[in-house]
Design a protein around this ligand. Structure first.
Ligand SMILES: Nc1ncnc2c1ncn2[C@@H]1O[C@H](COP(=O)(O)OP(=O)(O)OP(=O)(O)O)[C@@H](O)[C@H]1O
Length: 517
């Protein structure tokens, strides 16, 4: 197999921290090559070196199809060599049309009138969908598309920067928000792309996904490459990545106290995509909410936190009535409801502030909160044990949150709420973006919070996460609960309930084996 990308001697240092140490590996032509490692191990930093955002120390070498790239890489040069990047959550702008998403940054105007030739743009976009053998309406706004079509658009968009049958697409945690069915579709489409000769560098924390789809896997530990070769099953990959055997996580929460006052009770909720919803969570109970993308399950944490207004409904928290249709974020916090949102960057964290300042934010809240000093030393004192417990790296409450890796930012949001002893934890995809070691720690921490009497709601499309955490799972359809799965729930049963269909099928499984033979 000829080499598409060859990296050698890549080292990066920020301040006193050596982030990458002499990293080198090769990606073959037409292969899916996974890059895995714990949160903060340096995966995104390497991608940023490849695309010119960060500069490697002298001595580095990066080759595409045998030709050395001038270092530091210039973004246009990387594109000219056929290197495309797809960022987290597919990297699409939901409000823009498929065509605008495809062509943004590439639009060409007529020479004299400076008008954009939309016919030409549409033809260029259509050629990419032809290459994939798929059809997606070019004028549809991306937020109106189903998840599978969005995945197709993300691949088609990246494909524009790769030559036919060549080039390299880097997926930097792009698949993490996809439901199982969309993931299966994503790899159906991608299989054709690598089959034609384009290479893929895949970054994902789902070791099951990596074991299923990757031809080869490179593993980073603390910024150094520890192995590069054929995947050895999810458990084997976890062992190489963590340097230890992962503990078996038992399914289900297991701390239910069904008697007495519910931790939270929602009745007859209408609005925010919900239609007559009723949910009751006992103290100590961990209840999962799931369903298809537009079924409304993922609105529940936000309506409880006062950020998704509803038109009608009743809410009580630990027996106290709370005014649901006028619920503000401050009132929700006051009632003891803690939201860990799915989108950390926009809803969860102030990126330019320190870990400690972020921990103080929920108490101060509101406008100008960022300017307020941490008023209580005890807030920081309460936070630090949770930072230790969740294994924050670096374990520094004074670190600016924007400089932490994605998974470590997620740990900060969790630590800040867990340290506040909430009555209800409303979690949206709580282990999204964290490595398998951190996932184990977070699951244990949430179960311990439940054991002290906190009620927990987990809205998630990730069947593995739900299986590990939940006492029971509510499956939504059209804004209401359609089915209740009693725990412990197996991932296959969750997928079957969501899609009202058969079990999961392996991602790319048969074909990859065939290709290797
Ligand atoms: N601009 C920066 N300034 C200082 N430190 C940084 C900067 N960017 C990244 N780092 C540090 O580099 C380390 C590696 O981060 P990186 O984002 O590459 O990790 P990762 O492997 O992609 O992690 P994750 O899986 O959590 O996304 C982290 O410790 C992070 O705090």
């Amino acid at each position: 197999m000829s080499s598409r990308l060859r990296i050698a001697g890549v080292s990066v240092t920020f301040g006193r921290h050596r982030i990458l140490r002499d990293v080198g590996f090769e990606v073959g032509a037409g292969e899916i090559h996974a890059l895995i490692g714990q949160n903060g191990s340096g995966k995104s930093t390497l991608v940023k070196v490849l695309t010119g955002l960060y500069t490697a120390e002298p001595g580095a070498r990066i080759e595409v199809d045998g030709a050395g790239l001038r270092l530091p890489v210039r973004p246009l040069d990387a594109r000219r060599h056929g290197v495309a990047v797809v960022h987290q959550s597919l990297g699409l702008v939901p409000e823009m049309s498929v065509l605008e998403n495809m062509r943004v940054g590439r639009l060409t105007a007529r020479r004299f009138t400076r008008r954009i030739r939309w016919d030409d743009e549409a033809a260029a976009a259509a050629r990419m969908f032809d290459r994939l053998g798929r059809r997606v309406p070019l004028d549809a706004p991306v937020h109106r598309l189903g998840e599978e079509d969005r995945a197709t658009v993300a691949i088609a968009r990246a494909l524009q920067d790769t030559p036919d049958g060549g080039g390299l697409i880097i997926f930097d945690e792009s698949t993490r928000a996809l439901s199982r069915r969309s993931l299966e579709h994503f790899y159906d489409v991608l299989d054709g792309v690598v089959g034609a000769g384009t290479s893929v560098l895949l970054i994902s924390h789902s070791l099951e996904e990596v074991a299923d789809v990757a031809d080869r896997v490179s593993v980073l530990r603390d910024g150094a490459l520890v192995s590069s070769g054929r995947p050895a099953g999810a458990a084997g990959l976890a062992k190489v990545m963590l340097g230890r055997v992962l503990d078996e996580i038992s399914s289900g929460g297991g701390h239910t106290r069904p008697d007495g006052e519910p931790a939270v009770e929602l009745t007859d909720v209408v609005g925010a995509g919900l239609d007559g919803l009723a949910v009751r969570v006992s103290p100590g109970e961990i209840v999962g909410l799931t369903g298809l993308a537009d079924s409304g399950y993922d609105r529940v944490p936000y309506l409880l936190a006062g950020v998704a207004p509803v038109t009608a409904g009743r809410l009580s928290v630990a027996g106290d009535r709370v005014d649901l249709d006028r619920l503000t974020p401050a009132a929700a916090i006051g009632a003891g409801i803690a939201l860990v949102p799915g989108d950390r960057e926009r809803a969860g964290l102030a990126m330019d502030q320190t870990v400690g300042e972020n921990a103080a934010l929920p108490r101060t809240g509101g406008r100008g909160a960022g300017l307020m000093p941490i008023r209580r030393r005890s807030e920081l004192a309460g936070l630090v044990p949770w930072l230790d417990r969740l294994d924050l790296r670096p374990r520094d409450p004074h670190a600016v949150v924007g400089t932490l890796s994605g998974g470590n930012q997620q740990k900060v949001v969790l630590a800040k709420w867990l340290s506040r002893d909430p009555k209800l934890l409303a979690l949206h995809e709580p282990t999204q973006a964290v490595d398998v070691g951190a996932r184990e720690i977070i699951v244990a921490a949430v179960k311990d919070a439940a054991a002290t009497g906190c009620g927990v709601l987990v809205a998630s499309g990730d069947e593995n996460e739900l299986s590990m955490l939940c006492d029971r799972i509510l499956v939504f359809r059209d804004g209401r609960v359609e089915q209740e799965l009693p725990g412990p729930c197996r991932p296959d049963d969750i997928v079957a309930a969501i899609f009202a269909a058969t079990d999961r099928r392996p991602l790319r499984g048969g074909r990859r084996e065939g290709a290797r033979a």
